[in-house]
Design a protein around this ligand. Sequence first.
Ligand code: ATP
Ligand code: MG
Length: 576
Amino acid sequence: MRYSQLLLPTTKETPAEAEVISHQLLLRAGCIRKLTSGLYTYLPLGLMALQKVAAIVREEMNRSGAQELLMPMVQPADLWQESGRWQKYGTELLRFKDRHERDFCLGPTHEEVITDIARRELQSYRQLPVNLYQIQTKFRDEIRPRFGLMRGREFVMKDAYSFDADDEAAGASYEIMKAAYHRIFKRCGLSFRAVEADTGSIGGSFSHEFMVLADTGEDTLVICNQCDYAANVEKAAVVLPEPAAETVEPAPLTRVETPGMKKVDRVADFLGVTAADVIKTMVFLADGEPVAALVRGDRQVQDVKLKNLLGAAEVEAVDDEAVWKLTKLPVGYMGPVDIPIRLVADQEVMRMTNAVAGANEKGMHLTGVHPGRDFSPELVGDLRQITPEDECPACGGELSLTEGIEVGHIFKLGTNYSEAMKATYQDTDGVDKPFVMGCYGIGVSRVVAAAIEQNHDDNGIIFPLPLAPFQVIVLNLGLKSASISDAAQQLYKNVQELGLEVLFDDRDERPGSKFKDADLLGIPYRATVGKVYEKDGMVELRIRATGETTLLPYIDAANQIVAMVREEQRRMNAVD
Ligand code: ATP
Ligand code: MG
């Protein structure tokens, strides 16, 4: 491809709206353009990278025995009513009516449609197992679309669904997918980790997320330093140590004036206790209804755990102003005693004695608060975020926290959908049984962003070779010299004919800006034909990732470049 003919609008300035590096670089490198919030056009270079990811995904899915199909993006409400998700899914589901006033939605995921296919087309155990997948645009009306391709409203997903006769076979299908995912992300050149995960609104019993390790990740992972336990903090269960044997004399409930002390630490200081002695009361909206959640003053509420405990579809934190509007409770002085809204508590709170809590009156707190005696939450459970001071839930070992970007998610669904939608097959004994299902997603477009989060420097993108839109860029630095120009063009042609994807920078630009653009685009191998060619018959080859530069004799340059690329490809594709 000739650069002069490619729609590749690079920019020097960092776009103000882009917070994370992948978003900045995808814009600057002319890969994507924003249409409106959460919606992006892939320009040619961006699309090439996307298709590279899709091709790896497709190859490994096919290798694992899955079959590709393509389902409609528009889905009728009836199917979602059958599964029960029309009510449950919440506002991420974009719903609309057609001209006949019938309800539809844009597919955020395809369990309903595929289960409908299965119940029509799969009748017998002889047809199982089956794993069907597609690579397709999804729509989710995200509350906060952001970070460019990382969290769009429209994005490209690979979604696969397995149908098995029983739990054991479904477990085997799950393991096959887990192995395929390991191969996929390895072949994409990413540093990643599979972690135990919450099952969310898709439902099901068991799941793993594949996380690309990067500081800008929106997910926090907890990893054991001793065993191989790794989980999303949304999932990681807090194990409380054995309670201390000594019993504290319960003090009477006492009102104390705490003027202006809205923060846990200030109240604790003022009353001569620690944050761990204070009960923190936080208000959330659970499916539109206010709920107060209690955690110890030095802990954080984990929203997903709260959502699961409540069995809610959506849980949202509420800001101070809204708390007042909704509940008429004074922010900073809220507490569980006689609170007029729904109340739930973290398990740890129920062990507190002589605690401090807000009195639900401005400038006032209570001391000597006793859970059970002074208040009784409607639900008690594991509500708080795990910390590095907690024990590993698997082995009791030491934990550490790190950030990650979720690029894939696999679920054991069991029979949730097949039972709800009466999707059955006839077993060996002639009895109709529900399919045991699994579902498996990969954020194909998010992988592109995640790869850049993990692979970049001050000068731009450093595409892992398997995802690079072009493997080689050839720079012609001798536009005024016919011999340099001819040699550059010939090198471009030769490398291309030997089977590589090559971008030929034939633009009438200064060398400096050609070098800058080549760095920005992140093409792994850069071959420069310039003065050194004229003088010594040499081509300069530079590796983007390491900055390593070598001079190759022109005569042999094409072969050597191809050999280097092929060798690296072989290394990256070596998965078992
Ligand atoms: P998240 O927690 O990031 O919202 P999710 O749990 O909702 O993700 P799944 O339903 O498991 O996501 O979807 C499968 C994959 O699709 C995810 O692992 C992720 O890589 C990708 N994905 C999900 N939402 C988005 C989005 N808004 N933009 C881009 N990719 C997405
Ligand atoms: Mg989501």
